[in-house]
Write a protein that binds this ligand. Sequence first.
Ligand code: C5P
Length: 230
Amino acid sequence: MSEKGPIIALDFPNLEEVKVFLKHFPEEEKLYVKVGMELYYAVGPEIVRYLKSLGHSIFLDLKLHDIPHTVKATMEVLAKMGIDMTTVHAAGGIEMLKEARQGLGQGTRLIAVTQLTSTSEEEMRQNQNIQTSLLESVRHYTKGAVNAQLDGVVCSAHEVTAIKEVTPEGFICVTPGIRPQGAEVGDQKRVMTPKEAKMIGSDYIVVGRPITQAQNPFEAYQAIKQEWNA
Ligand code: C5P
């Protein structure tokens, strides 16, 4: 399993742009990268093979949500790809989470998306008709993930403390919405610096644009890593 720390979100539309981006890094620098839906649907399993051939660790963020049988079968496929971590939506229900775990087996980390960080409490009430607080809903879904023996959740860094209160030792929190001091926030609403995220107990931080859009991505990555390791 890869060391805790920054995961670079490879939010690119094709393999060529991934290759151009990775040229900024020395070959011996082994990264932990996130492949999301855009890149995976554009390139297919080839993207995983390519990144693995370079020696990088892979978080395949496909956020599965379907009937338990289908999710289990899909996880069996993903298990063979040699990825390090993948995601399902906790809203799919405990049965789906359990089947996902079964399909994936124990060699790959399985983490749940609770409430997307783009969902506000008001939207949750309106669209999902969940009448508790957003944080309560996140905690509820997290307990489901624990129950189904998942390894962790993706969450806002602002939710980590509340999540760690209801989860066993070793349950991981993977947090996007990270911005180094002074960086452009973009469309992220509530952000935290790498240092703050580590201090509140985040296990992995997912960082996209502050690295992918930097003049010098390797420098930007190193600065974030140093802040995390300080
Ligand atoms: O560029 P930026 O650092 O904002 O990228 C964050 C990455 O994390 C993106 O790939 C985004 O899709 C992902 N993400 C997120 N919020 C979530 C889940 C995933 O920003 N709740």
